[in-house]
Design a protein around this ligand. Sequence first.
Ligand SMILES: *Cc1c(COP(=O)(O)O)cnc(C)c1O
Length: 408
Amino acid sequence: MLLQHLTRQRLEREASARVRRRRVADTPCGPRQLIGGDEGSAHAVLNFASNDYLGLANHPTVVAALAEGARRWGAGSGASHLVSGHSRAHAVLEGELASLLAPWVPDAHALLFCSGYMANLALLTTLGGGEAAIFADKLNHASLIDAGLLADGRMRRYPHGRLDLLEAMLNECSQPLRLIVTDAVFSMDGDLADLPALLALAERHDAWLIIDDAHGFGVLGTHGAGTLAHYDLRSERLIYMGTLGKAAGVAGAFVAAHPAVIDALVQGGRSYIYTTAMPPALAHALSASLALMTGEEGAARRRQLATLIAALRDRLSGLIARDPASGWQLGISATPIQPLIVGDNTAALALAATLEAAGLWVPAIRPPTVPVNTARLRITLSAAHTLDDVERLIDALAACQPGGNHHA
Ligand SMILES: *Cc1c(COP(=O)(O)O)cnc(C)c1O
């Protein structure tokens, strides 16, 4: 019965071009990689698929710190943070993260998690249960949606960016405890939430604002401190979640917030309490990555990223203008996430396959990850890319346009 059911499900997926598959990378994360083909033969690709925005995932300093961390701390933490797995390496990293966010989250304390998914689960189930009402942007990351469903409060979702509708919901809300939760940089579109307006709304309606900055941390703002720094927002009502597996190049996540919020997460966050602490060696490596990110090298890497983003957008706009009949659209994004919206699932898959045959790795993102009829290529840039890499992508895309040729 189960197997018949799964077979039927699989066939439905195939019919709607929604089958997902994994690629096996044979080399570390970076712009130039070898990946295994179906037949097991590795081939070279130019990677526009990772979230390694600063190119730190395989940075020699971070890799050396990870090795040193392992020599000093061993391989595993041995237990959850509350039992015996909390090490000095974790505590030091939490202190560094709290200092980094303190200009925007007054008196910030920070708490480490094994992943952003788990941090979001802890946040919404701990703060959003019972008496609380949760207000969430409809395009928030899946982990926030799952977390909101798991919290036993009420989650209301407003259409993407429609703060007028959010305000109407807040006006009607009789629950005293209100949480507004949003991606700071939306993960499939690359656009920014209007955090100043959201914070103003939160203040007017006595709500707290939870910000998921998975794609802004390390990328935006002074020292790469993220989207709050970018907007220069400061308030006790801000609860900040940043992830450490994207721009920071390693793994994990953290929440920076008022000490009472952090204490509530330690006391009641089930995805904090009932899981083994991340290996201390990772925390040690993350301290090194944070030093790069917030220092001169991080600033130089963010400048390189800005140059690449401008070049990619300029060339993509040119391609689209040249062949409007292609129906391609470029999302509005000033971040390393640059969606090329194609519309149809099969067309997006075919485009990704053609690029892959040309040695370019750009993932096709389809529903349910994005709304129906907005299947897209999600191009992500890294400071480790060069302008030549961008040109190679543009040339390959030009050759794919219905009216395209190989010499755009
Ligand atoms: C990646 C991501 C997460 C999950 O973080 P992990 O550390 O990968 O679990 C959460 N929110 C957003 C917006 C993300 O893009």
